[in-house]
Design a protein around this ligand. Structure first.
Ligand SMILES: Cc1ncc(C[n+]2csc(CCOP(=O)(O)OP(=O)(O)O)c2C)c(N)n1
Length: 284
């Protein structure tokens, strides 16, 4: 496989220098490393700059509603669990509009890898504050700065029961690739929260901001099996910002637990012997 094998040939329309380019390159590198073919992958997108990847990545694709990439990905995984399913979302998309889906899909441990382009603004609609914007962030809708504190996706994912919780930085491509590949390989719900500088609107969380602060958990021999330590690390955000795997555990996935799906995906189950007349009479 070559990187072009995942390319639909559409020209990317992000702002020059946007870190979405880095994620776009890295997702394909990770897929090649895992030896996944385009027909073995479904990518479901939310609405936003991140969702533009739908126009470029060659695989089964579905651009859902704002905040709804996870429920669509979940349904698809139940219908065909042989597919590798990734959900691609923005921070506004996933931690704002889609927050309840984020929490509730994490609980299910459905085998989905979620890649969040976390630029800490609503990018496509021109920079409004999102749930991860820093306190004090000024935008058109928050001229006096954001008053409330940002949500903490890492802590939320751990407490909701996600079995793989990680953070990466779009300015460190080898590490980002490692996190995306690990998340796709993981059996269960896997989060990669990607710190993705929005060079046009977010003048706080810039490349420089992260280059000065980011460090890798793996360089400190961090124990990824300790939930309480993971929770403690999730709250480290200041002069030092950890990236890497915070928490990982093995747990039965939703597809494996559901009696009717244990043996076969929905699409593999014949429906010719199912009589739907009574249902039709009742509901149609
Ligand atoms: C229900 C709904 N609300 C609002 C919008 C308008 N809208 C489209 S994109 C977007 C911003 C997306 O921001 P984010 O999810 O952070 O992604 P980014 O553009 O930064 O990648 C908004 C608010 C919408 N399409 N649907």
């Amino acid at each position: 496989m070559k990187i072009e094998d995942f390319d639909l040939g559409t020209q990317a329309r992000w702002c020059p220098g946007c870190a979405d380019f880095n994620i776009w390159v890295t997702v394909r590198q990770a897929l090649i490393e895992l030896n996944i073919q385009p027909h073995e992958l479904l990518a479901v997108y939310g609405i936003g700059c991140h969702g533009h990847m739908a126009n470029m990545l060659k695989c089964y694709g579905f651009e859902s509603l704002h905040g709804r990439s996870l429920p669509v990905a979940f349904g698809a995984k139940l219908a065909n669990r042989n597919l590798n399913v990734i959900a691609v979302a923005g921070d506004g998309d996933c931690y704002g509009e889609g927050m309840s889906h984020f929490i509730n899909t994490a609980r299910t441990n459905a085998d989905i890898a979620l890649i969040v382009h976390n630029n800490m603004v609503y990018g496509l609609t021109t920079g409004q504050a999102s749930p991860t914007s820093a306190k004090g962030y000024k935008s058109k809708v928050t001229p006096d700065g954001v008053f409330d504190v940002p949500v903490n996706p890492i802590a939320l994912a751990i407490s909701a029961g996600a079995t793989f919780v990680s953070r990466a930085f779009a300015g460190n491509i080898p590490h980002l690739k490692q996190m995306i590949a690990e998340a796709i390989k993981h059996r269960g719900f896997a989060l990669v929260d990607v710190l993705q500088p929005c060079i046009t609107y977010n003048k706080i969380n810039t490349y420089e901001f992260y280059y000065k602060r980011v460090y890798r958990l793996q360089d400190e021999n961090f124990d990824t099996g300790d939930k309480m330590k993971a929770m403690e690390k999730a709250f480290e955000w200041g002069d030092r910002i950890p990236i890497g795997i915070f928490y990982r555990e093995e747990r039965e996935t939703y597809e494996e637990s559901f009696p009717q799906l244990k043996e076969k995906s929905l699409f593999e189950q014949g429906i010719s012997n199912v009589n739907v007349d009574r249902l039709m009479e009742e509901f149609v």
